[in-house]
Design a protein around this ligand. Structure first.
Ligand code: ADP
Length: 710
């Protein structure tokens, strides 16, 4: 604010607008007084006294107006005088006297500029004030009145300390002499207002007000930076207390600043020690780019990566580094980032991975297959052992519901549910599982509940063992025991029946001889025929039940097949199966154990019977015989479904069966093959042209002549 100087000498009067205005005012004031005096002179006292009350206002008003005009004109006169004095000075210096018009313009300009200046400093957001050296406020802008909450008139002329709790004096006195010398000061001041609750911070610029080369006061421009200070304070607090390491670095990788957490993380004693490292001082491998720098990178974008940093003791810290470039004028001037030490985490992850790997190996090398199912009946884990056991990989089951998997029999579902619904805490059961090759295997599953970390049921674990072999052996033992018992029984029956039948035959023969009636003889003939048939059956039964002969004898194959068919006649009839058997009486005998060969034929007939019944309600078994130069062959052909190409290579394997557990043992054909091989012969299987299966047996021909069959 410009100083209001005193007006020392009256300037020379000059015609100017202001002067004209002033003269006009004087004239008005004079005119009014003359008017008033004339009125008083014309009117007598009596007349005046009788004037109506309202008309009195006119002379009084005129008088006041005249006084006001006079006062105002006096003020203008002073102002004009001062200006003219000022201009006179200017003119003295420039040597040119401005014209009256120029003077008028100047006056108006100054008036306007004063107004504008006042508006300008009032519009400032910063506080502006002029203060004398003793601390008296000379002028302040609007912002100061707002901050102090006091009107302008109550501020100007008062001492600054009246408004403050802070004692600025001690400090200002100390720096006053320096200020008087430099005439300028800038800095941050903490101020506690009497009206305020907490201190505020002002960034101040103080300039000296000089008069006649002497400092008479100071102009102060102060910006409130309390909020910024608060933010800085909070940032500093965060920087100092953060657990993550924080750093500022140059693009070349030199550290500019670090927080205490980073100093500790890298094992340094002090921040200064860490900051004094050369750019690549944290590198684990020498000769590489500084680990925290980004040489050549032009992008300031945030980058997160895992880095290895060398600690003071030489050990390596694995850290996640997230850094951002700070740009200035299109150039990266520094990097700021955080480092999070994940060394332990990574070590733990490695440990976990190792454990996981160990567990996986354990499960894989475990002889049992492990199945894990959740409570929604879906497979969540299947060990890869399944491939050895059932030929397919875990992916066939994973994610599927237990019921959806057709490769397993329903017993597995029952086993799972008995544990899943809490009925049993440990249960085991046998179930059938189909191998990829179509073969059904017998599995023994043991189920137990799977608990989560809180001990609540989360699913079921089933460990599965392939017990097909054990089962088959078990069945074989049972079967052979059963057969032995049956053989004994049949042998006993046959023996028992043989005697009465011999009696019946003998008696009918005798009766036939003595009988004279033709009709009776015919009936006795039928009786004898039926008794002979019965005797034949009994003989066959005895043959079957007889323990294997230790040696071999010449066997007539045609006859042996006929006997076998006789034994099976009833079951075949029941199955609606016709046997198309073409005998070959001229066939040479083979040296064989007839009991064993009968077993082979019986097995082929039984298999054909089962195969036909699988798909239809009647069928035919075709049996043919023939000879090659040194061998004879027998062919059994049925019109059942035939043998699938993928099954064909396995049917002679022991225990191979496509039948459900309980229906087949998978031993029949393998025993046949073994027996025939022992006889120097063979058996082969194929699919017939019109479907169905064909089994061909070959046996070497003996040197014995025909008719030696047994
Ligand atoms: P099992 O009859 O107990 O299954 P086998 O060794 O006798 O054992 O037979 C093995 C497999 O050969 C049978 O499961 C079946 O798949 C197949 N097979 C045997 N005979 C026939 C046939 N006549 N027609 C179709 N397939 C057959």
């Amino acid at each position: 604010m410009p100083e209001q100087g005193n007006t020392p000498n009256r300037p020379e009067p000059a015609p100017s607008q202001l002067e004209r205005e002033e003269n006009q005012l004087w004239r008005w004031a004079l005119g009014l007084l003359v008017l008033l005096a004339t009125a008083v002179a014309v009117l007598s006292w009596e007349q005046l006294k009788n004037l109506p009350y309202r008309l009195w206002a006119i002379p009084v008003g005129l008088l006041i107006l005249a006084v006001l005009f006079a006062v105002y004109a006096f003020g203008r006169r002073r102002e004009v005088g001062e200006l003219k004095y000022l201009l006179k000075n200017l003119q003295d210096r420039a040597g040119v006297m401005p014209s009256d018009q120029q003077l008028d313009q100047l006056t108006q300009m100054i008036a306007r500029s004063q107004r504008n200046f006042k508006e300008l400093i009032d519009s400032l957001d910063d506080a502006a004030l002029a203060i004398s050296l003793d601390g008296t406020l000379r002028t302040v802008n609007r912002r100061v009145t707002e901050v102090l909450g006091v009107p302008y008139s109550d501020i100007v002329g008062h001492k600054l300390e009246e408004f403050l709790s802070t004692d600025l004096r001690a400090e200002s006195e100390a720096s006053l002499s320096r200020f008087l010398e430099k005439r300028h000061w800038a800095g941050v001041v903490e101020i506690q207002l009497k009206s305020g609750t907490r201190p505020s911070y002002y960034d101040c610029v103080v300039n000296a007000i000089i008069k006649s080369d002497e400092v008479v006061g100071a102009s102060v421009l102060a910006r409130d930076i309390t909020e910024q200070r608060e933010k800085e304070r909070r940032f500093t607090q965060l920087f100092e207390t953060l657990q993550e390491g924080v750093y500022f670095a140059t693009p070349e990788g030199s550290l500019l600043d670090v927080n205490p957490a980073l100093v500790k993380m890298l094992g340094y004693r002090s921040k200064e020690e860490l900051l004094s490292l050369p750019p690549a001082g944290l590198n684990v491998e020498a000769d590489t780019e500084p680990v925290l720098g980004r040489t050549g990178s032009q992008s300031g974008s945030t980058r997160t990566r895992e880095i290895r940093v060398k600690r003071k003791d030489g050990s390596v810290a694995v850290c996640v580094d997230t850094s951002t470039g700070v740009m200035d004028a299109g150039r990266i001037v520094r990097y700021q980032g955080t480092l999070v030490d994940v060394t332990e985490k990574r070590a733990m992850e490695r440990q976990l991975r190792r454990q996981e790997e160990f567990r996986r190996h354990l499960l894989e090398s475990f002889p049992d297959l492990i199945l894990v199912l959740d409570l929604k009946e879906s497979y969540t884990f299947v060990s890869s052992r399944i491939r050895d056991l059932l030929g397919y990989g875990p992916e066939l089951l994973l994610g599927k519901k237990i019921e959806e998997v057709e490769e397993n029999s329903p017993e597995l579902v029952t086993l799972y549910r008995s544990v899943a619904n809490g009925q049993n805490s440990l249960a085991s059961s046998e179930y059938g599982a189909r191998h990829q090759d179509g073969n059904w295997r017998t599995m023994l599953g043991t189920a137990s509940p799977l608990l989560d970390t809180e001990g609540k049921p989360a699913g079921v674990i089933i460990s599965v063992r392939d017990v097909t072999m054990e089962k088959k052996l078990e069945q074989q033992v049972i079967q052979s025991e059963r057969l032995a018992a049956m053989g004994q029984m049949i042998g006993g029956f046959a023996h028992e029946l043989n005697n009465p039948l011999t009696g019946i035959l003998g008696m009918t023969e005798l009766l036939q001889e003595s009988e004279t009636s033709e009709a009776n003889r015919k009936q006795l003939g039928t009786l004898q025929q039926q008794a002979r048939r019965a005797a034949e059956i009994v003989q066959n039964l005895q043959y079957f039940a007889r323990p294997p002969a230790p040696g071999r004898s010449p066997v007539n194959l045609s006859e042996l097949i006929q006997r076998t068919l006789h034994l099976q006649a009833y079951p075949l009839r029941k199955s609606n199966i016709t046997v198309d058997f073409l005998q070959e009486p001229a066939l040479p005998p083979v040296m064989a154990d007839p009991n064993q060969l009968m077993q082979v034929f019986l097995n082929l007939i039984l298999n054909a019977d089962q195969a036909i019944r699988e798909g239809r309600d009647k069928g035919t078994i075709r049996i043919r015989l023939g000879r090659n130069p040194d061998s004879v062959w027998v062919m059994f052909q049925d019109d059942g479904p035939g043998i699938a190409p993928e099954v064909l290579p396995h049917i002679f394997d022991p225990f191979f069966t496509t039948k459900r557990p309980g229906r087949g043992t998978g031993l029949g054909l393998s025993i046949c093959k073994t027996l025939l091989r022992e006889h120097g012969g063979n058996i082969e299987a194929a699919t017939a042209q019109g479907g169905g299966a064909v089994f061909t047996i070959t046996l070497p021909v003996t040197g014995a002549g025909p008719g030696a069959a047994k």
